[in-house]
Design a protein around this ligand. Structure first.
Ligand code: ZN
Length: 405
């Protein structure tokens, strides 16, 4: 049968069709030897952070739990949206998740679950970095066109969880339960200019036809200089004009911050106060601060978030149940044994301990530490409903406020 598109369906993922083949072969061997029901404790750690990152947003738990639902496993995890470093205060690798149960129940899902975590955490972490760089300005995820359409809603979901204020993809917004954000493409002005001889008529037509609740943001760089287009839009739409978007092509940019500054100044000098400046095109956490300082109010970010460097996670067996007892065992380079992670929420210090050890005090400030790993799934059944994205986003933002970029 010819595939309509080159992608895996949800049934393919649930049916382990996206697994690396060596897990299929391993399972075959274990089954052949009667060892596939051996109970193991496998933990997931961050094996590499992208260069320059001191922390990541742990994300993708929602998808992993959907994948493991109905399998005979227990899952322990950090809460989704937890800011996490690779190592604890003593340099020990922090487990972010642990799966416990007969190895045959989940061996085939390692590939997919690591992929979910890598992609979700990569996107959420980049969004958090971009939002932090933007300060109190708005950040919109415009990344749908910069990724495979099958995962565009996933990218928008985790871009929002990471801190974006809105998303442009219709399906992404639907899954988030928010109204999609967007302005207008250059094609709208081109059609009006070609047929009616005046592209500014497109702005009036937009105002006439689009629902009243949608902010009037005019794309102000299609044919004329940004100042000229912005002034024309302000004159035509008056107080209805929420903002102007500048998506100036690279060949005309020069100094974008200076263009933003000039548009803002001249609009105000002409009496059009409070018109927001929306900037898009090639933005990331490194280019945004200068534009924010120049007076830009909203940032549309595509590639940087949709093509964010992924967070590399690894899954390793660290204990095996033999004769009813958990036996600590791990490959070289990894820490054996079932563990707990403690955090001091006062100074954000983390400690990894063996499970069952007494709760430690913070080695930095002496305050009591809180356990981070909690059982989220028992024998394939969710212990609690996943937290809604709005709540996850607030959690991420409150933690991001306390760390450096
Ligand atoms: Zn502390």
């Amino acid at each position: 049968m010819e595939e309509p598109f080159l992608w895996a369906t949800p049934e393919d993922v649930r049916g382990a069709r996206t697994t690396d083949v060596y897990f299929e072969r391993t399972l075959k061997v274990l089954k052949g030897e009667g060892l596939d029901r051996v109970e193991v404790h496998a933990e997931i750690t961050i094996s590499a952070l992208p260069s320059g990152y001191g922390w990541a947003v742990y994300a993708g738990l929602r998808e992993v739990l959907k994948l493991l639902e109905g399998k005979g496993v227990d899952v322990y995890s950090l809460p989704e949206g937890t800011l996490v470093r690779q190592n604890d205060a003593r340099g020990y690798r922090i487990p972010v998740m642990a799966i416990e149960g007969p190895y045959g129940e989940f061996a085939l899902y390692e590939t997919a679950l690591l992929g979910f975590l890598a992609a979700a955490s990569g996107v959420a972490t980049k969004a958090a970095r971009v939002k932090k760089a933007a300060g109190n300005k708005l950040v919109l995820s415009f990344g749908a066109r910069r990724t495979h359409p099958a995962i565009a809603p996933f990218v928008d979901y985790y871009a929002y969880v990471g801190g974006c204020d809105g998303v442009s993809c219709v399906k992404g917004a639907e899954l988030l339960g928010i109204t999609p954000s967007g302005t207008m493409p250059h094609s709208l002005m081109i059609v009006f200019r070609a047929v009616k001889g005046d592209h500014t008529l497109a702005w009036l037509a937009f105002d006439k036809h689009v629902e009243p609740g949608i902010p009037r943001v005019v794309l102000a760089d299609t044919f004329w200089d940004e100042v000229e287009e912005s002034m024309a839009a302000a004159k035509l739409l008056g107080s209805k004009l929420w903002g102007v978007r500048l998506d100036t092509p690279g060949s005309r940019r020069g100094d974008m911050a200076a263009i933003v500054r000039e548009v803002k100044w001249k609009l105000e000098a002409a009496g059009f106060r409070g018109v927001r400046i929306v900037v898009s095109g090639g933005l990331d956490e490194y280019t945004i601060p200068k534009l924010a300082e120049a007076g830009a109010d909203v940032f549309g970010v595509g590639s940087a978030i949709a093509n964010a460097p992924f967070i590399d996670y690894a899954m390793d067996i660290v204990a095996v149940k033999v004769d009813g007892e958990w036996k600590p065992i791990a490959k070289r380079g990894k820490l054996s044994g079932r563990k707990q992670v403690y955090r001091c929420w006062d100074c954000l210090t983390d400690l990894v301990t063996l499970a069952g050890e007494p709760r430690p005090s913070c080695p930095k400030c002496g305050k009591p530490m809180q356990p981070l790993l909690e059982k989220v799934m028992e024998k394939g059944v969710l212990k609690a409903e996943p937290e809604p994205p709005q709540k996850l986003r607030e959690k991420v933002l409150s933690q991001v406020a306390r760390v450096e970029l």
